[in-house]
Design a protein around this ligand. Structure first.
Ligand SMILES: Cc1cc2nc3c(=O)[nH]c(=O)nc-3n(C[C@H](O)[C@H](O)[C@H](O)COP(=O)(O)OP(=O)(O)OC[C@H]3O[C@@H](n4cnc5c(N)ncnc54)[C@H](O)[C@@H]3O)c2cc1C
Length: 512
């Protein structure tokens, strides 16, 4: 392929936009085609009746110096993210009334001791030291899982340098064991409250609970509050909007209302992309910011080998049930923490655990005067929603209303009087998610992080790449940005162009 043959990115989610912004900055010919009228996908912000609601993601991390979003900014020529630090990161409400506030600073130790007892400090010490070591490795941006001999070599070299410079090198056997076991191995004698707390946090960070979530992945995922959480001006969609601006400034294109229907191949390589409108975009390389099931639909007879053995429906993993609420600001005093996880009971998900995020009072564009925007979500199984939607629409509506009631009741633990103060209540099911993000069956959050050795890499077939939360390191805006960096680096290496991704060398500890 000639160096400047066009690259088409399908989808303006954070993974696709990150890839496109870096490639455009490197001087490559990049076009992003987005089905919707605005960017961001699961991390988008939508307008409704004067509110700007965060569609899915609400909690943004990785913006600290040397962190994933800082690397993206440097590589894509972004001067500043419209991001404001938010502390505390969140409050977690356990059954029985205990509330655990997650701070990034030293207060976290007192809080953990108060909530779970001083004996649990060893768990948090393990978590933090492991997370420091792993983030240090991750930000050297090695390619996991390696898919080419070059990536394998890079991984070995980076891994060796990391091991030699790492304070945890004496603990390498334990790290190795953790690579193969769930985090439950570190919670055997833990009080029930700690296990439940970790389960609830991992469900949102790793899409599974401590009995199944890989220990190394979990240590890093539990570190989010310590590494700092931010609010984006105008809502989380500002990440995507900032990336779109960067792409256009570098000469790339982002085109909305262009739903891709087919990828055309010639001798096993992409040749063009065809949209629902019938437009034809020549493409030497295609980056699909889509789940594997969507990519299989677009590739027809040329479906890459790894996608030929997919189960018929997306699995394992989850859908999301959402409630978007516009409320009178008097129901949310100005000092209310902005993010909360409420655990009502086990099993988690299905309205038994909910996550809620309020628009900040300073972000006036998020809601009409005197109002605030609230997004509430819970994990939910996909199948029942689709079955009812197709076979029993009345039951589907009843179930929807039932979920709304239960989730508002859970949210009232944080915001008493919420139901009376709500002037707008809008639910969304996996059916809604499919409609707005086109993700097959409304499957969101990527694959549960149970094994480091069964994860997807981005290369699907020659010149066809997958990016987004289906590839390692999985879900979250920061994680898909890391995936986007990897894909951009891979394409630049193949195309032989200068790589603008900065090499990160300074150590990154907590609150760097
Ligand atoms: C309810 C919920 C809460 C979450 N909370 C958080 C959180 O608090 N913090 C956090 O960091 N992460 C959170 N996440 C996860 C995070 O939102 C996602 O992991 C991430 O945004 C996914 O990005 P992606 O690159 O995979 O793209 P996606 O978000 O999947 O975007 C894909 C894009 O492709 C477009 N598209 C699809 N098909 C086509 C087609 N055929 N042609 C053209 N365009 C197409 C879609 O319209 C969409 O814009 C949450 C997710 C959900 C669902």
């Amino acid at each position: 392929m000639a160096e400047h043959e066009p690259i088409v990115v399908i989808g303006a989610g954070i993974g696709g936009l990150t890839t496109a912004a870096i490639l455009a900055r490197a001087g490559l010919d990049v076009t992003v085609l987005e089905a919707h009228v605005y960017p961001g996908g699961c991390a988008g912000t939508f307008f409704h009746k004067g509110y700007r609601f965060e569609a899915g993601a609400t909690l943004a991390g990785g913006f600290y110096p040397g962190g994933p979003m800082d690397i993206v900014a440097q590589a894509a020529g972004i001067e500043r993210w419209p991001a404001h630090p938010s502390e505390p990161a969140m409050a977690v409400h356990l059954p029985g009334g205990a509330v655990v506030t997650r701070y990034g600073d030293e207060r976290r130790w007192d809080e953990a001791a108060r909530a779970f007892g001083p004996d649990t400090a060893s768990f948090w010490r393990w978590q933090e030291s492991t997370a420091d070591a792993l983030w240090d490795l991750a930000l050297r941006t090695p390619d996991w899982p390696p898919q080419t001999p070059g990536e394998g070599g890079h991984l070995l070299a980076d891994g060796a340098r990391w091991l030699l410079s790492n304070p945890l090198r004496h603990a390498s056997p334990a790290l190795l064991a953790d690579a193969f076991r769930p985090v439950a191995a570190h919670l055997r004698d833990a009080p029930k409250a700690l296990r439940l707390f970790v389960d609830a946090q991992l469900l949102i960070a790793a899409q599974t609970t401590s009995a199944h979530a890989n220990a190394l992945y979990s240590a890093s995922a539990l570190d989010l509050p310590r590494r700092g959480v931010v609010h984006l001006e105008g809502g989380i969609g500002a990440i995507a909007e900032t990336l779109v601006d960067a792409i256009r400034r570098s000469g790339g294109k982002v085109i909305y209302r262009q739903e891709v229907q087919r990828i055309e191949f010639e001798r096993g390589r992409p040749k063009a992309v065809v949209t629902k409108r019938g437009d034809h975009f020549p493409a030497g390389r295609v980056v699909a910011n889509l789940p594997p099931w969507n990519i299989a639909q677009l590739t027809g007879d040329d479906t890459p080998q790894p996608l030929r053995t997919l189960p018929e429906r997306p699995q394992p993993g989850w859908g999301a049930f959402m409630v978007y609420v516009g409320l009178d600001e008097r129901a949310a005093p100005p000092d209310t923490v902005l993010h909360h996880q409420v655990v009502v009971r086990e099993p988690l998900g299905e309205g038994n655990s909910v996550f809620l995020s309020l628009s900040p009072t300073w972000d006036e564009g998020r809601a009409p005067a005197g109002r605030r925007a609230l997004t509430i979500s819970t994990h939910t199984a996909l199948e029942p929603w689709w079955r009812l939607f197709r076979l029993d629409p009345q039951h589907y509506e009843r179930r929807k209303n039932h979920y709304v009631d239960r989730m508002l009741a859970a949210a009232e633990r944080v915001l008493p009087g919420l139901r009376a103060a709500a002037e707008l209540v809008m639910p969304g099911t996996p059916v809604t998610f499919q409609r707005f993000t086109r993700r097959a069956h409304g499957w969101v959050g990527g694959f549960p992080q149970t094994s480091l050795f069964q994860t997807w890499g981005p290369r699907l077939s020659p010149n066809l790449w997958m990016v987004g939360d289906s590839i390692f390191p999985g879900q979250s805006t920061a994680a898909v940005a890391l995936g986007g960096i990897r894909v951009a680096r891979g394409i630049m290496a193949e195309a032989g162009v200068h790589n603008p991704v900065p090499a990160r060398r300074q150590p990154v500890g907590a609150n760097a």
